[in-house]
Design a protein around this ligand. Structure first.
Ligand code: SF4
Length: 316
């Protein structure tokens, strides 16, 4: 890829001292590891909508679907101020070409799920969404989003990062104006990656690509992007990856000895049972791809979806 991936992020996760108490929530993995490949676009809704640092802490109260953003001690309602600012800010963010957003978990402004909402009894239910996070997700409904808490889960982390790298490749393809030919090539190289997310979406995308010559390019790209983003939201699982690995193994039917096939089958099975990480069978398959010079597989992003340095498949 030529450019760094642009990713929105809650500013406090970068170490910016924007929290209500003047502190931050610096996340080392995001800044020091993922940050090598990503250009972050920081957003602090509470500071940007005009509340200072330090400020009184806030929480969500009332109807979980339409909560109010209210200060904890003095009960000042900042809902309208926040909603008005959020509408303008999400429109501005369109120009940034973001491939996703990482939210701060639990925040009444930035939390993307399970934010506490206080009802009349004063007891909180973890059913809310922060006001800015909701505005963002409504404006960009299919864009990959996660919060830093969920990103500690290796499987969710791998899924999210794979999605943003794939979206960046898609955007680069569009920027190069390659038309139908480039789209078909993109699809061909992502077939196995898509299969690991959703066989159903792979079929629908295949059908769309087969009709490509009959569709105007802008309509083709719009429809493809919609299905692509939907597919990437379906999480990969050990079962889906196992299916892809066996499918890959099929390409070497004529090349591998009986023992080599058995060894690969054993590794795939150990992965399926959670006894080995995905990187192990993938590394052996990559070795066979190089050894037998298999051109179709050499082009498959599934085998190298993101930089090895991120070690994402060492833990799933
Ligand atoms: S959670 Fe959101 S509103 Fe709160 S400090 Fe972080 S970026 Fe700002």
């Amino acid at each position: 890829m030529t450019d760094k991936i642009k990713l929105g992020i809650s500013a406090c996760l970068l170490g910016e001292q924007v929290r209500y108490d003047g502190g931050h929530k610096w996340d080392r993995f995001l800044t020091e590891t993922l940050g090598k490949y990503v250009e972050f676009v920081p957003v602090c809704p509470e500071v940007e909508c005009g509340l200072g640092v330090p400020r009184e802490a806030m929480r969500l109260v009332g109807d979980p679907e339409h909560p109010r953003l209210v200060t904890v001690r003095s009960g000042i309602d900042h809902t309208e101020r926040m909603l008005q600012w959020a509408r303008t800010r999400v429109a501005e963010l369109e120009k940034e070409g973001l491939c996703g957003f990482i939210f701060k978990s639990g925040s009444p402004s930035s939390g993307m799920e399970r934010v506490k909402v206080y009802g009349p009894t004063g007891m909180p239910a973890k059913t809310g969404v922060g006001l800015f996070a909701r505005a963002f997700m409504e404006h960009f409904p299919l864009l990959p989003v996660e919060d830093e808490g969920r990103l500690h889960d290796p499987a969710l982390r791998e899924n999210f990062i794979e999605a943003i790298f794939t979206l960046e490749r898609w955007r680069e393809m569009l920027a190069q104006n390659g038309g139908r030919h480039a789209l078909v090539d993109f699809h061909t190289r992502h077939k196995l990656l898509l299969r690991a997310h959703s066989l159903e979406h792979l079929r629908q995308l295949g059908k769309l690509v087969a009709e490509a010559v009959h569709l105007p390019v802008p309509e083709l790209c719009d429809r493809y992007q919609h299905l692509l983003l939907e597919a990437l939201r379906r999480k990969t699982t050990a079962r889906k990856n196992t299916d892809v690995l066996y499918h890959l193994m099929g390409y070497f039917k004529g090349n591998l000895s009986h023992d080599e096939k058995q060894e690969l089958r054993d590794l795939i099975d150990l992965y399926r049972r959670g006894l080995l990480p995905l990187i192990v069978p993938v590394t052996l398959i990559n070795h066979y791809v190089r050894k037998y010079d298999e051109p179709y597989l050499k082009g498959q992003w599934y085998l190298n979806p993101h930089p090895l340095e991120l070690q994402l498949r060492n833990h799933v």
